[in-house]
Design a protein around this ligand. Structure first.
Ligand code: SF4
Length: 416
């Protein structure tokens, strides 16, 4: 069987698609590049924004155009949110809610012995490890929590076993999920306990936390983020969403305020010699006033962010935010978005300049057939002098910042 796989959305989805690829391989099938060469296609969908769902419709129209006789299985968040709507789209034979190995195995007609397969080598230079699924919170803008259901943490032992297998091919493993900071609450464990277990079992790998709420980093994890950079990358993507407490309350994000978020990230960054701090910010949430936005802008300016993702609010069907009134005018949202993006770029460039002459621990990443770059412990993309070392290798380096064009580009000199 030849299967074409496509993924829309976050790292949790990318991990699930890697698992489907492993199931296909375990059944003796092949993953092919284009739907034209496939017997069946599978699209892993996303519902986080209207744009992500539009992307699913575009992909299905493209599949129908290049391979009109192929049938398509859709899984992920969009097919959980609106299975009937997804089933009505061109070529779709199955709409599976989230990731369900049994349902995927049946839809792809794979033998049952292949349904429990997990990847030992993934497509990226860095591996992904989904540690949990679902979320027990109810942020008013979030369609993901509606699509993914309640939190389900995977057992520590199973995750250690999988990390050990992935470590043969990947020098870095990224822990991912939907609400990673609450990992373990449903099984009597915690994220710090999991990270300690992974570090003990697979000491040669660098683990990285992807998105974790800042106030959910406990003392033990904060200690590891600052004190064990070879084993746990000193970086965190800590969703902020807004710097206005009034907006945070309307968003249903009750577990932190602007002040408690600031304390949490400052505690992390202060302890570590270098730290990559990223965040998501939503602009144009319903009722966001000039004063609310000014509070967000001031907080972003004050905190040591090294990267920022700025999104305009995207109204999602079925979410409570739809009952909170109209968002600000599109022109106002565009101005706010641009202001934050410019500020983010300024802060990112300042961080890169601060790394001039500093040491770095690089994992070599890039497409198998494309240019390679280094990824530092603090999540900086670094240029490599030719000839670049092989992909998925790890090197100590010294960084130099080239700022002739004002772009603060980092170049690595690898240690011999
Ligand atoms: S924490 Fe909020 S935004 Fe994140 S998945 Fe849960 S409900 Fe959605």
């Amino acid at each position: 069987m030849r299967v074409h796989l496509a993924t829309i959305g976050c790292r949790a989805n990318q991990y699930d698609t890697e698992t489907v690829a492993a199931m296909v391989a375990a059944a003796g099938g092949t993953v092919v590049e284009t739907p034209h060469d496939a017997d069946v296609a599978l699209v892993n969908s996303c519902a986080v924004t209207a744009e992500a769902e539009a992307d699913l419709r575009r992909q299905l129209r493209r599949i129908a155009r290049v391979a009109p006789t192929v049938r398509t299985v859709v899984m992920g968040c969009a097919s959980a949110r609106d299975p009937d709507g997804v089933r009505a789209l061109p070529t779709v034979s199955h709409a599976i809610a989230g990731f369900d190995a049994t349902a995927v195995g049946e839809a792809l007609a794979l033998p049952p012995e292949a349904w429990s397969a997990a990847a030992t080598r993934q497509g990226g230079a860095r591996a992904l490890l989904r540690v949990q699924d679902g979320c027990d919170e109810h942020c008013t803008f979030c369609a993901t929590t509606l699509a993914r259901g309640a939190q389900r943490s995977r057992p520590v032992d199973a995750l250690c076993d999988e990390a050990e297998r992935l470590a043969d091919a990947h020098p870095e493993i990224v822990l991912t999920g939907i609400h990673v900071g609450t990992y373990g609450r449903d099984i009597g464990s915690s994220l710090s306990a999991l990270v300690l277990a992974l570090m003990a079992r697979v000491p040669a790998v660098r683990f990285r936390l992807a998105s974790v709420e800042a106030t959910e980093v406990d003392d033990a994890l904060a200690e590891l983020l600052a004190g064990a950079p070879r084993q746990l990358a000193p970086s965190l993507h800590a969703p902020l969403q807004s710097g206005s407490d009034a907006v945070l309350r309307r968003m249903g994000r009750h577990w932190y305020t602007a002040a408690s978020y600031a304390r949490a990230v400052e505690r992390l960054v202060r302890r570590a010699p270098v730290f990559g701090l990223g965040a998501d910010v939503i602009v144009g949430f319903p009722g966001e006033t000039d004063a609310d936005f000014a509070a967000t802008e001031a907080l972003v300016r004050a905190l040591p962010f090294t990267a920022l993702h700025v999104f305009p609010y995207s109204p999602r069907p079925g979410t409570a935010a739809l009952r909170l009134g109209d968002p600000p005018a599109a022109a106002v949202v565009a101005v706010r978005r641009e202001a934050l993006r410019a500020l983010a770029e300024e802060k990112a460039a300042r961080h890169r300049r601060s790394r001039d002459g500093g040491a770095a621990d690089l994992v070599i990443v890039g497409r198998p057939d494309g240019d390679r770059t280094g990824l530092s412990e603090d999540y900086l993309s670094v240029r490599l002098a030719a000839p670049a070392p092989p992909r998925a290798t790890r090197h100590r380096a010294t960084l130099a910042c080239h700022d002739d064009d004002g772009r603060a580009t980092l170049v690595a000199r690898l240690a011999p």
